[in-house]
Design a binder for this molecule. Sequence first.
Ligand SMILES: [Cu+2]
Length: 167
Amino acid sequence: MSTRRRFRILRRPRRPMPLRIALFGLVLMGTPTVPGCHHMLPGALGGHAPERPPAEAFGLGPRSSDAGLYRVTLEPGSPLRPRETRTVQVRVRTPSGDPVSEAPISVDGGMPEHGHGLPTRPRAVPNGAPGTYDVQGLRFNMGGWWELRLVIEGPEGTDSLTFNLDL
Ligand SMILES: [Cu+2]
């Protein structure tokens, strides 16, 4: 190999620095920041993330429904954990403490910060005890802030409430 040829190899042009930084940035932008979250909306990466409620808004209850028609408690039996499909008991009472039995209850939920819903379609069915229901097939497929929303169509009227859960 001649000296001249070796010189040319050593001087092989590199990409200019600003271009390399830009390419690295593109790679970063294409990488989801939340591992395991496959349902993120594009907006979730922007600056308008929903604000996490204060600590007292979290927990299993008892919580009052939005219009105050019902008092509702989640009774999972053991702590809720990510990636477990569970049946969770729900207790529904009137504000004066009477059990609300046989009311149709619909279940919905999701992760406000990620813009996705529940991975399953849980069903609430009366479990035989007064004012007590089983929410079947409830699953939280990752850790973080989850909302669990119930709509109760009881004799007092239709009312909804949201549980905030930190898993
Ligand atoms: Cu998520």
